[in-house]
Design a protein around this ligand. Sequence first.
Ligand code: NAD
Ligand code: UGA
Length: 458
Amino acid sequence: MTFKKNILCIGAGYVGGPTMAVIASKCPRYRVTVVDIDEEKIRRWGSDRLPIFEPGLDQIVRRARGRNLFFSTAIAEEIDRADIIFVSVNTPTKTYGHGAGMASDLQHWEKTAHQIVQYSRQAKIIVEKSTLPVRTAEAMERILTANKKGIHFDVISNPEFLAEGSAVRDLLEPDRVLIGCHDSDSGRQAAAEIAAIFAHWVPSERIITSNLWSAELSKLVANAFLAQRISSINSITPLCEKTDADIAEISYAVGSDHRIGARFLQASVGFGGSCFKKDILNLVYIARSYDLSETADYWELVVRMNEYQMKRFVDRIIREMFNTIVDKKIALFGFAFKANTGDTRESPAIFVARKLLEEKALLAISDPQALDNARHDLAGLDGRVSFESDPYKAAAGAQAIAVLTEWEQFQSLDYEKIYKGMKKPAFVFDGRNILDHPRLFAIGFNVFPIGKPSRTHF
Ligand code: NAD
Ligand code: UGA
């Protein structure tokens, strides 16, 4: 089989793997290869047990793998072969030196730029898929054009907007695909080549083009806006708890206005995930670096409100359980940062678990997909934490249940049976407002939702 083009993706993570699997499945005439430095990850992408859990991903990978989708660690060889290279490496918050705790750590990204120069022998289009600070493409271009081989590289920004847990659906039916390029013949031609890939399944009106810097900055702004909605609704929850207003009714009433819209107004223990916090902090850092302190302060509050919400949740557990949780068993229902994923990066559950352990509680953690990651996140704290795939076992003998992830299966458990096996008085702290609170109260639980009146038997 001869292929029309060779596409390479550097970085086989939550973005690189699913995105390339969908491209390969929709574009059988393109040869798509995903490389990574992590050999174990690549081995698992080639196995029946993929390294990440995403609904619908197994089938898509199985259909295309070996046909036009390949996973490899032969980075040099694959760079040389590629016509188009997507760079989808991790860009976490810097933990050291200048900008620590705020700026993006670009070391992985920069290494790939040098590797591309080193192993390339002909012109290529380089696509920024990772989320990057605005004007990063400029640095990428400088590294690439510093080559002495006379090779031409076009740099395109094509930020990814998929959300975990719905990655396959988001990739198959994106609200938009954003392609940023330079306003030059070569830039526009490169952008058209990238657009042609997505045009295999995305309607043309959803493929948006912009200048490079707008594309880079749009990604940070989109995440900041989404997180801001959550912090905005969460900021009202303590007021609801004081006044007996109900946050779900407020979300509905406010979100029914089409100008506001209903989505992302679900009050919670706080937002998690690998990107919201890091991307907002990065936006704040960039604004400060241009001396724009009002802009920086405005967005920083979104993160601070989220931290306040997580802390408030823990404080409430301690306060309502008579100001001590020493040696009390608390079952955590959910550890993933959201439902339908095993990912726990920046999950509010990590914060909550650590704080409860500091207060000397005993924890039993139950999650359908995230227990391996939870073990890793809480490594070294073994004696006081147990991990149970069965939520009934986690709750047995516990004094409280704290719901931290909105997994659907937690809604359909037999709470009468759970209540019977728990120590009394028994508490439920619903950090996702997913359970039937009047029913739990009728069973005998003392119920503490987020931003709704509590129901207690005292
Ligand atoms: P990830 O950590 O899951 O995957 C990144 C991969 O890159 C890792 O497997 C790592 O081993 C690999 N890597 C790092 N340096 C490498 C190198 N030099 N050569 C080859 N491989 C290398 O990260 P992710 O969640 O896929 O995120 C990737 C980027 O996409 C980030 O910038 C993130 O902000 C952005 N993003 C993530 C999501 C999401 O839902 N996770 C959504 C949109 C955008
Ligand atoms: C988010 C964005 O939604 C994606 O568009 C973006 O591509 C991605 O970040 C990224 O750049 O990494 P993701 O973090 O995977 O996706 O998941 P979300 O659905 O956005 O949820 C993030 C967090 O907010 C979760 O902890 C979720 O439980 C919480 N959330 C979400 C709420 O607390 N309330 C809501 O109403 C919605």
